[in-house]
Design a protein around this ligand. Structure first.
Ligand code: NDP
Length: 327
């Protein structure tokens, strides 16, 4: 099968790409620059015959994906991961909200117009239900404009809603699946330095290297997470599972976690690291799984056949990668 993967240079997308290539898919990767293309090529040298590229600079521009979706033979699937995930925009609307919403709509419009063979579009949304733990984050556009964290949560919510509205209004011949992961952590396959580390793994990096306020264990704002290898596998299962059609899935590891548990696991396996905060070992988060009743991953298990790895299985390889990063 033939897939367009947007934002292929990203942390999660690198794992999606790896799993797609290993399963024999042909993949056209969209990237913003020739440098990113070369990095992906050298990381996947044994798969060059299955790999193709399209440079898509600004995903906010109308028609940005129009050329990328044209392929001969035609594409079977699109996986849309490209979206800004950072908390330091110069201009929230321009840098966060528009690329998220327009990027998603642009992919869908391009597929409808120029890629009639596409059967399904899988979209990496987010489990950013913010403080409310409702199915949909109730945030408004105005609230999202107020500060960068809300901007990111809003951007993912508005983009996913726009996708379902597109489906209702435009009735394309393809269906969609949206995946809602909370914090995603895990081993790093894309080219990274400490400075360019993606947003979620930076949280672990700061604990590992003691870059926390007053050297204390930080608070975990979100207490659900998923291993990057699991969310990547969910993307492939979402392509391959007919029953996933037009559904959204919370993709999260079993149970909850806390920064204290992260610090405990890191100190156990990396005792030579002097700056991992101690906190109150074993204290955990002080919440029971039942307290976050909507964080239920059973649909992903029943429909997609997902299974999830443990915090320890995620942290050990990630910490090794983080310690090997160049400053
Ligand atoms: P990364 O920052 O590593 O990857 C983001 C990708 O999107 C990169 O390929 C980046 O390109 C591309 N991108 C960002 N902004 C633009 C833009 N304006 N125009 C074109 N491309 C852009 O993040 P992740 O891998 O962590 O995130 C991937 C997806 O997963 C996103 O949709 C994110 O919202 C979602 N997600 C991530 C979670 C996490 O904890 N990591 C949790 C929930 C959802 P470039 O490399 O050129 O910057």
């Amino acid at each position: 099968p033939r897939v367009l993967l947007t934002g292929a240079s990203g942390f999660i997308a690198a794992h999606v790409l790896d799993q797609l290539l290993k399963k024999g898919y042909w993949v056209r990767a969209t990237v913003r620059s020739d440098r990113k293309k070369q990095e992906i090529l050298s990381a996947n040298a044994q798969y060059v015959s299955q790999l193709d590229f399209a440079i898509v600079g600004d995903i906010s521009q109308p028609g940005a994906f129009d050329e990328a979706v044209k392929a001969e033979p035609g594409l079977d699937y699109v996986v849309h991961t490209a979206s800004p995930f950072h908390f330091h925009p110069e201009d929230i609307e321009r840098d966060i909200l528009k690329p998220a919403v327009q990027g998603t709509l642009g992919v869908l419009q391009a597929a409808k117009k120029f890629a009639p063979t596409v059967k399904r579009v899988v979209i990496t949304s987010s489990g950013c239900y913010w403080t409310s733990w409702q199915d949909w984050n109730p945030i408004t556009w105005e609230q999202a404009l107020a500060e960068p964290v809300g901007a990111y949560y809003g951007s993912k919510t508005f983009a996913e809603k726009a996708a379902y509205e597109f489906l209702d209004n435009e009735k394309p011949s393809f269906d969609i699946v949206t995946l809602n992961p909370p914090m995603v952590y895990g081993p790093i396959l894309n080219a990274q330095t400490a400075a360019s580390l993606n947003e979620s793994n930076t949280f672990i990096y700061n604990i590992l290297t003691g870059k926390t306020d007053d050297g204390k264990v930080p608070k975990t704002g979100v207490h659900i997470w998923v291993d990057v290898r699991d969310i990547a596998r969910a993307h492939i299962l979402a392509l391959e599972t007919p029953a996933a059609s037009n559904q959204r899935f919370l993709i999260k590891a079993d149970g909850i976690y806390s920064a204290q548990e992260i610090a405990d696991v890191l100190r156990k396996h990396f005792p030579e690291q002097p700056r991992i905060p101690v906190g109150t070992p074993g204290a955990g988060l002080g919440l029971k799984d039942n307290d976050i009743f909507l964080a239920d991953n059973s649909k992903s298990k029943e429909v997609l056949g997902m299974q999830y790895g443990s915090l320890e299985e995620m942290l050990i390889p990630l910490a090794k990668d983080l310690l090997a990063l160049k400053e």
